[in-house]
Design a protein around this ligand. Structure first.
Ligand code: HXC
Length: 257
């Protein structure tokens, strides 16, 4: 499923989605984000995909929203354009999404990486929310997700200064899962995705949903969600297979049912 800005390759159970607008560092214009969300939601419905890797280019994962597209807009035009509806739809994807980040992940690019479930960073990756330097602020979750992920004091420092941080600093802050040589970044992310793709798909999806509840809801609500999801998995063939395989001392073979 290739479109103007989005190219997808599939390997065993893993879809690798690339943003290709490299000439302006993958600046995220409205058309690009629509294509991306559409593609991710399409892959969410494909039976031969169990995990998704999202990447950009060598120099930039994405350098943020397309400033030339926003520069002339009024508040009411921004409000009526309702661009975040399409951003929010990415959260409807139930399969795990791993961002493989090389180069700049700034503004909307950093927000896009945080919208994914995990981040593998190349050692030259740079993260930041520079919107404050443009006289605005994040609009695609930067103030909310960064604060939930790394805590308010450290998030505010980045949000209020617009300072960029290195992959290593992002790792220390808990923003990224691992830092690898840049040339290995996409492969590492695909390998992690393959490992996840071997697990029982129903369990994987419910675990992602439950982990999101930990960020979205109070503890008791999250605990209740977890428990009901746990019970629900006892209705799957994969649960019977997984437990039987353990008792028979063999590897399970999961089918997503
Ligand atoms: C439009 C962009 C862009 C962007 C880069 N370009 N980022 N165009 N929107 N966000 C374009 C440049 O204008 C330039 O085009 C080309 O890409 C190469 O960029 P350079 O600046 O020449 O490269 P370099 O000197 O290496 O600097 C890289 C950079 C810088 C540090 C990433 O480009 C930069 O600061 N970009 C803006 C980052 C930013 O502020 N992002 C937040 C946007 S606001 P030409 O035509 O000159 O070659 C935002 C709000 C989110 O994201 C709200 C949610 C949607």
């Amino acid at each position: 499923g290739d479109s103007k800005y989005i190219h997808t390759e599939k390997t065993d159970w893993v879809a690798l989605v690339r943003i290709v607008r490299h000439e302006i560092l993958n600046a995220l214009n409205l058309e690009l984000v629509s294509e991306l969300a559409e593609e991710l939601l399409r892959l969410d419905g494909e039976n031969d995909v169990r995990c998704i890797v999202l990447t950009g280019g060598q120099k930039a994962f994405a350098a943020g929203a397309d400033i030339s597209e926003m520069a002339g807009s009024t508040a009411i035009e921004m409000k009526m354009r309702n661009q975040f509806r399409v951003w929010d739809s990415i959260r409807l994807v139930r399969k795990p999404i791993i961002a493989a980040v090389n180069g700049f992940a700034l503004g909307g690019g950093c927000e896009l990486a945080m919208t994914c479930d995990m981040i593998v960073a190349g050692e030259d990756a740079k993260f930041g929310q520079p919107e404050v330097k443009l006289g605005v602020m994040p609009g695609a979750g930067g103030t909310q997700r960064l604060t939930r992920l790394i805590g308010k004091p450290r998030a505010l420092e980045l949000l209020l200064t617009g300072r960029r941080i290195s992959a290593d600093e992002a790792y220390r802050l808990g923003l990224v899962n691992r830092v690898v040589p840049s040339e290995d970044c996409v492969n590492e992310a695909v390998m992690l995705a393959s490992e996840i793709a071997k697990q029982a798909p129903c369990a994987v999806q419910l675990i992602k949903e439950a982990a999101n509840k930990a960020l979205d809801a109070d503890l008791q609500t999250g605990m209740e969600f977890e428990r009901n999801a746990f019970y629900l998995l006892f209705a799957t063939e994969d649960k019977s297979e997984g437990m039987r395989a353990f008792l028979e001392k063999r590897k399970p073979s999961f089918h997503g049912k």
